[in-house]
Design a protein around this ligand. Structure first.
Ligand SMILES: [Zn+2]
Length: 465
C-alpha cells in the first residue's frame, strides 16, 4: 500500500491522508487548511489528486480542519460514500453549513469593497448549495463495528477517540497478496476524564499508525483542578460585581463549560448567577449532543438519571437572535457570557469583549489554545490596547486563563496510548502538530523503541508492507 500526506504535515490544519492499495483509493479526513488567507484558499480550492478517483472518505470527527473541505471534493467530481460515526455526521452537517455561510458573508463583504475599486468579485470556495450536495454522501457507522469498504480488500472500524462527540480512531485491515496490514489513524486523540465523553479506547494491535501530535511537546494541568479554577475565577469576578466573558468554540468546549458550571453550582463551588451562551452554532451543536446520550460517559448518564440536564440549568439562557444577543449588553451585575469564536477572531464574542474589556471589574477568561496572530493571543500576551471591529480599546479587565480543559491528549497521554503496542509497530507517522511539537513527539516515540517514527512533510509518500 502507498500512503501520502496531503495536509496537517508539520502543521495543525487541513488533515488529509491518501491510502492507495490494489487499485482502491481511500481518503482519511478531508479538512480545510486554515491560516494565512491566500495560501489557505489556494490549498483548499485545489486537490493534488483527481477527486473523482477517490473510492471512499473516512471522517475522524466534525472539526472543520478534518471535514471542512468535503464540499469542494464533491464539487470536483467525488461521488462515493463519506463515512463517519452517526454523531460525527450530524455535527458535520451543521459545521459545513456554518462554514459555507461564513464564506458567503465574507465574499459579499469583500466584493462590496472590490466593486468600489473596480476589481473582479471573488467567489466563495463553496456555498450552502454545494453543502446540500456534499452531505448526501454522509454514511453513518457505529463504534466497534467492522464494515467493508467498496473494493472488499479493506475493512474498517471506528473506536471512540474521546476528543469531541462522535470522534473516532480509525482502524483498517488492508489485505494485500493474502497478507493483512493492520493500520490505524488516531484522528484527534482525546483525554481521560473529560466531561461528557468516554475515555479514548485503547490502541488496537497495529503495524502502522498515523498519530496526532498537537501537544507532543507539552503537558496539561489536571482537569479536576481546571474545573475548580474556572469556578474560582468566575466567583471572584462576580464578587466584585463583574462579568466573565469566555471565548469558546461552539462545538464541544461550550457544552463542556456549561456542564462544568452546572456541576459547580450544584456542589456549591459557585454561587448561582446568570449564564448566557450567545452562539446559534453552539445551540445547534448542543441539540446534537442531546441526540446522542448513548455515547456519553457513565458519570454524565448518572447525572442525567438524577433528572439533571448537563446542558441546561435555571440560570442559563441560550440566545439565538441578534436582538437577544444585544440585550445581554444592557444587563447590570455579575454574569457569565460564553460566546464563539474561541480565538476572538470573529463572531459575537467580539462584541462582548469590546463592551467589557475596558472595565476593571470584568474578566476575559481563556479556556482554549490561542494561535499566533489572533486577537485572543494578543490579549492573553498582555496587550494594553487592542483594536476591535475598527476601534481602539484599553485593556483594563482581568485577563485569565485555564489551560487544563483541552480536548487533546498531552505528550504523556499520547505516549501512554502508544506504549502497549510499541513493540509491534513497524512505523509511526506524526501529523497535526507544529514543527517543534512534531519533532518532540517523534523523539518520545523513538524512546519507546519505535525506530521508524517520523513527521512526514506535505506530499511525502511511503510504501508500506
Ligand atoms: Zn479536533
Amino acid at each position: 500500500m502507498r500512503l501520502t500526506f496531503w495536509g496537517a504535515a508539520r502543521e495543525v490544519t487541513g488533515s488529509m491522508h491518501l491510502i492507495e492499495t490494489n487499485g482502491t483509493r481511500l481518503l482519511l479526513d478531508c479538512g480545510s487548511k486554515q491560516g494565512h488567507r491566500r495560501e489557505a484558499n489556494e490549498r483548499n480550492a485545489n486537490f493534488p489528486f483527481d477527486a473523482a478517483s477517490i473510492d471512499a472518505v473516512l471522517i475522524s470527527h466534525a472539526h472543520i480542519d478534518h471535514c471542512g473541505n468535503l464540499p469542494t471534493l464533491t464539487k470536483h467530481g467525488f461521488t462515493r460514500d463519506v463515512i463517519g460515526t452517526h454523531a460525527t455526521n450530524d455535527l458535520v452537517r451543521i459545521m459545513l453549513f456554518d462554514s459555507a455561510k461564513i464564506q458567503e458573508q465574507d465574499a459579499a463583504y469583500l466584493n462590496k469593497k472590490r466593486a468600489g475599486r473596480g476589481e473582479e468579485p471573488i467567489v466563495p470556495i463553496y456555498t450552502r448549495a454545494d453543502v446540500e450536495v456534499a452531505v448526501r454522501a454522509l454514511t453513518g457507522r457505529s463504534y466497534n463495528f467492522w464494515f467493508e469498504l467498496p473494493h472488499a480488500n479493506i475493512r474498517a472500524q471506528f473506536l471512540d477517540a474521546g476528543h469531541i462527540l462522535g470522534s473516532a480512531i480509525t482502524q483498517l485491515d488492508i489485505v494485500e497478496s493474502e497478507r493483512t496490514i493492520r493500520f490505524g489513524y488516531t484522528g484527534d486523540l482525546g483525554v481521560k476524564n473529560k466531561l461528557i465523553l468516554r475515555d479514548p479506547q485503547p490502541a488496537p494491535p497495529l503495524d502502522y499508525l498515523i498519530i496526532e501530535g498537537t501537544y507532543g511537546d507539552r503537558l496539561h494541568s489536571s482537569r479536576a483542578d481546571s474545573e475548580k479554577e474556572l469556578a474560582r475565577i468566575i466567583g471572584e469576578t462576580a464578587a466584585q460585581g463583574g462579568k466573565t466573558i469566555i471565548p469558546a468554540f461552539a462545538l464541544d468546549r461550550t457544552q463542556e463549560i456549561v456542564y462544568s458550571l452546572h456541576r459547580s453550582i450544584l456542589s456549591g463551588a459557585l454561587n448561582p448567577l446568570p449564564v448566557f451562551v450567545d452562539s446559534p452554532l453552539a445551540m445547534d451543536a448542543t441539540e446534537i449532543y442531546r441526540m446522542h446520550p448513548d455515547i456519553f460517559d457513565q458519570e454524565t448518564l448518572a447525572f442525567m438519571e438524577k433528572n439533571e440536564d448537563p446542558f441546561g440549568f435555571r440560570q442559563l439562557t441560550y440566545t439565538r437572535d441578534v436582538e437577544a444577543s444585544k440585550a445581554i449588553n444592557d444587563l447590570y451585575g455579575p454574569a457569565v457570557i460564553i460566546a464563539s469564536n474561541g480565538m476572538v477572531e470573529a463572531g459575537r464574542v467580539l462584541h462582548h469583549v469590546k463592551n467589557n474589556i475596558g472595565d476593571r471589574k470584568n474578566t476575559i477568561l481563556f479556556v482554549g489554545y490561542q494561535a499566533e496572530n489572533t486577537l485572543g493571543r494578543r490579549i492573553l500576551d498582555g496587550a494594553k490596547r487592542v483594536r476591535i471591529l475598527g476601534d481602539e480599546y484599553s485593556v483594563r479587565a482581568r485577563i485569565a486563563r485555564v489551560d487544563g480543559l483541552s480536548g487533546h491528549a498531552d505528550r504523556n497521554g499520547l505516549l501512554e496510548w502508544v506504549r502497549p503496542i510499541a513493540d509491534e509497530l513497524k512505523g509511526v507517522f506524526v501529523v497535526h502538530a507544529e514543527e517543534q511539537a512534531a519533532e518532540a513527539l517523534v523523539e518520545g516515540l523513538r524512546g519507546l523503541g519505535i525506530r521508524n517514527a517520523i513527521a512526514p512533510r506535505y506530499g511525502e509518500q511511503f510504501n508500506l508492507n
